[in-house]
Design a protein around this ligand. Structure first.
Ligand SMILES: Cc1ncc(COP(=O)(O)O)c(C=O)c1O
Length: 284
């Protein structure tokens, strides 16, 4: 990874020049132009492809414990079968992730904001502890999108997105993307992708490029709507708690302001009372 630093520097410069949104996810034709490298993958296989191309039996992953269920399933039901071990720690506390690191740790995997609890992980702090130990930091930035968060600028090594959601935005494609600024890592993943065959169809790519053109306007509208819903829930007598990074009482509101340029369109909440009450209140 001798060229990694220069490569990242270049991306930072381009980011400043461009003033923003193309850094992590650019239309395919522009990826090379901006020195960004981003193999796109078929859905559901993306996470596996990032990691299986990098990891071997005996390697170890540290993952933040609030995770999309499908990622957890992949870790627990597939990776463990392949001899890869995992430790989960509270992603809100970088020291907890640091303590979980072992000599054989190759990857720290975080999601921010997380699914389902909308917790945030301090990307820059975790990147610093990974850099010291030559560990790759992978960030699932699906909930934030490249419009609101740029993990590579914050020194992450790899960013993954489900393009099924905001990036495509029309509910007519399932897909994903893996983005890195490390040329050597890119070559490893691209080789694996070519050899293993996880390649998206041209029409899906075309639909996704159509969708990304409206990402900015859609994200602004999602945010406005979500803020209104979060406030409504917050004041509702049946609701015990609301987790939305845009609410000033979110415990990581300050981190959100530092690392994201907006709050996003996802909110989670807990309903007061026991299970019965919860089930009844869900009957719409
Ligand atoms: C944070 C996060 N990452 C990844 C995924 C996986 O996306 P896909 O359904 O495109 O495989 C999801 C799906 O809900 C998600 O919420």
């Amino acid at each position: 990874m001798a060229t990694k630093k220069g490569f990242k520097e270049n991306i930072r410069k381009k980011a400043i020049e461009l003033g923003a949104s193309l850094v992590n996810f650019a239309p395919a034709a522009r990826w090379e132009e901006y020195n960004e490298v981003a193999p796109a993958y078929r859905p559901k296989t993306i996470w596996g492809k990032v990691e299986l191309s990098i990891l071997r039996a005996g390697d170890h992953i540290v993952a933040a414990e609030d995770l999309y269920g499908g990622t957890y399933r992949l870790f627990e039901r597939v990776y463990r079968e392949h001899g890869i071990t995992l430790t989960y720690a509270d992603g809100r506390v970088p020291e907890a992730l640091s303590e979980a690191i072992r000599p054989e740790t190759k990857i720290v995997w975080i999601e921010t904001p997380t699914n389902p609890l909308l917790q945030l992980v301090d990307i820059e702090a975790v990147a610093a502890l990974c850099r010291d130990r030559d560990i790759l930091l992978v960030v699932d930035s699906t909930f934030a999108t490249p419009y609101l968060q740029k993990p590579l600028v914050l020194d992450a090594d790899v960013v993954v997105h489900s393009t099924t959601k905001y990036i495509n935005g029309h509910s007519d494609v399932v897909g994903g993307a893996v983005i890195t600024s490390d040329r050597e890592l890119f070559n490893t993943m691209a080789f694996y992708q070519n050899a293993a065959g996880a390649v998206p169809g041209p029409f899906d790519c075309w639909l996704t490029l159509r969708g990304i053109k409206t990402l900015a306007v859609r994200m602004k509208a999602h945010q406005e709507n979500t803020m209104a819903i979060a406030r409504y829930l917050w004041s509702h007598p049946f609701v015990e708690s609301v987790s939305y990074p845009g609410l000033s009482d979110h415990p990581q509101h300050e981190l959100e302001r530092r690392q994201m340029s907006g709050f996003g369109g996802m909110v989670s909440f807990c309903i007061r009372g026991g299970n019965e009450r919860r089930t009844r209140s869900l009957r719409i």
